[in-house]
Design a binder for this molecule. Structure first.
Ligand code: CO
Length: 139
């Protein structure tokens, strides 16, 4: 398995509009796009930072993973995402190495990507997302 890039750092926020505004005013950084990902129960704003993104992440409903995270822990760092070439191979490798997988098989992420999460327990208490871009996309 080879990690290609830091794809994004995701920050959970209560109010996406106000978080986007703060980034615009404080850092002069604006989202490239926003997207609702129903499958994950989130709306995300992707702010380009060099070759990576900051992903501001809000919950569509309280009864979603990010909704529960916000309820339990408040706003803050939610996960770190790495780009991989072959997500199935990466998951098989991680499983063999004893990592606890949240997703045994990939699911659909934003921008037509395939993604999978690796559990924070036994992984430095940090939720990791693997991202595989399809052919013809930016990576
Ligand atoms: Co993410």
């Amino acid at each position: 398995m080879k990690l290609l890039n830091l794809d994004h750092v995701a920050i959970a926020v209560h109010d996406l509009d106000s978080a986007v505004d703060d980034y615009r005013r404080r850092y002069r950084a604006a989202p490239m796009y926003r997207e609702v990902v129903e499958d994950q129960g989130v709306e995300e704003a992707m702010i380009p930072m060099g070759g990576s993104f900051v992903q501001l992440l809000s919950a569509l409903r309280p009864d979603t993973p990010v909704g529960r995270f916000l309820e339990r822990r408040g706003e803050g760092l939610h996960h770190v995402a790495y780009t991989v070439v072959d997500i199935e191979a990466a998951l098989a490798h991680l499983k063999e190495k004893g990592a606890r997988l949240v997703d045994e098989t990939p699911r659909t992420g934003g921008r037509g990507t395939r993604i999978a999460f690796v559990h924070p327990k036994g992984g430095n208490q940090t939720l990791i997302e693997l991202v595989e871009y399809g052919y013809g996309q930016r990576r």
